[in-house]
Ligand binder design. Structure first.
Ligand code: FES
Length: 279
């Protein structure tokens, strides 16, 4: 979609807000201009820059997939700073600014026929939900789907209301773990990497897709390597200090790559050399 001034946000209206996890809200928004809204096409892994008027702008991974004529765009907001606090105060009917879709997204076409291993850590799982939804909605195009989902504590797990429907799909498994369990937590306690190592998904004909804090990505890559995954089989989506989102401000570069325009999705071999500086 061409956009005349890429720094100028589109006006959008909040159509829904719900609590996703402790301190994390899911926003559903609709772009005000019907022509822009109907042509706002995006892929799993892309992001938007959202502005709270008078406060500032921040990037958020899109957590929805484009579903027929449903033009609602969803993203998860973790309350961590002034912009996210301002967005948390908004409600249905309020206006925000939105630029995008930005970044490259996951090559879901290339993943067809492969077994998919998803590793989502905390709110890092949010931009992986569209990957899961794409696989589940086109189930016969993909092999097995193994989802490893983690958070620091049970109240920080995102999309808990969707777990049963994920599990109910053929050839799909969901493995949950938290760093600190509560007495009623029925699943695993411990690091996501420990769980992945225990379950040991096969690297044969597989791709892995990971999103989470940099330290988690680092150890996830080491674990996957132990299981026989080559760097070329591993895909990551990186968080970085982004500002413009369009390759102009120089805030997000990792070595020679710009996270905002070359990423945020990378095949791991492309960023492997930069990971230490990122962690
Ligand atoms: S965010 Fe400005 S160059 Fe990437």
């Amino acid at each position: 979609m061409t956009h005349i001034n890429p720094m100028k946000p589109y006006l959008a209206t909040i159509a829904g807000v719900r609590d996703l996890a402790s301190g994390i809200k899911l926003l559903q928004v609709r772009l005000d201009d019907p022509a822009v809204s109907s042509s706002f096409d995006y892929r799993p892994g892309q992001f938007v820059e959202v502005s709270a008027f008078g406060v500032g702008e921040s990037p958020f991974g899109i957590t929805s997939i484009r579903n027929g004529n449903d033009e609602l765009i969803e993203f998860a907001i973790n309350r961590v700073g002034t912009v996210t606090e301002a967005i948390h105060r908004l409600d249905v009917g309020d206006k925000i600014g939105m630029r995008g879709p930005l970044g490259n997204g996951f090559p879901m076409e290339k993943f067809k026929g492969k077994n998919i291993v998803v590793l989502g850590g905390g709110i890092g799982g949010a931009p992986l939900r569209p990957v899961i939804q794409t696989v589940l909605q086109n189930r016969s195009d993909y092999g097995t789907l193994s989802i490893f989902w983690a958070a620091r504590s049970p109240d920080l797990l995102v999309f808990t209301d969707e777990y049963d429907s994920w599990r109910a799909q053929p050839d799909t498994e969901l493995q949950l773990t938290v760093d600190q369990a509560t007495p009623d937590w029925p699943h695993k306690e411990g690091l996501i990497t420990t769980l992945v190592e225990q379950v040991a998904p096969s690297a044969d004909n597989a791709v892995s897709i990971t999103c989470g804090p940099p330290i988690m990505i680092k150890f996830a890559m080491l674990t996957l390597q132990k299981l026989g995954f080559q760097s070329e089989q591993n895909w990551v989506t990186l968080e970085a200090k982004m500002k413009c989102g369009i390759g102009k401000c120089g805030r997000c570069n990792l070595g020679e790559v710009f996270v905002c325009t070359d990423g945020p999705v990378f095949r791991f071999d492309r960023v492997e050399g930069f990971l230490e500086s990122f962690v």
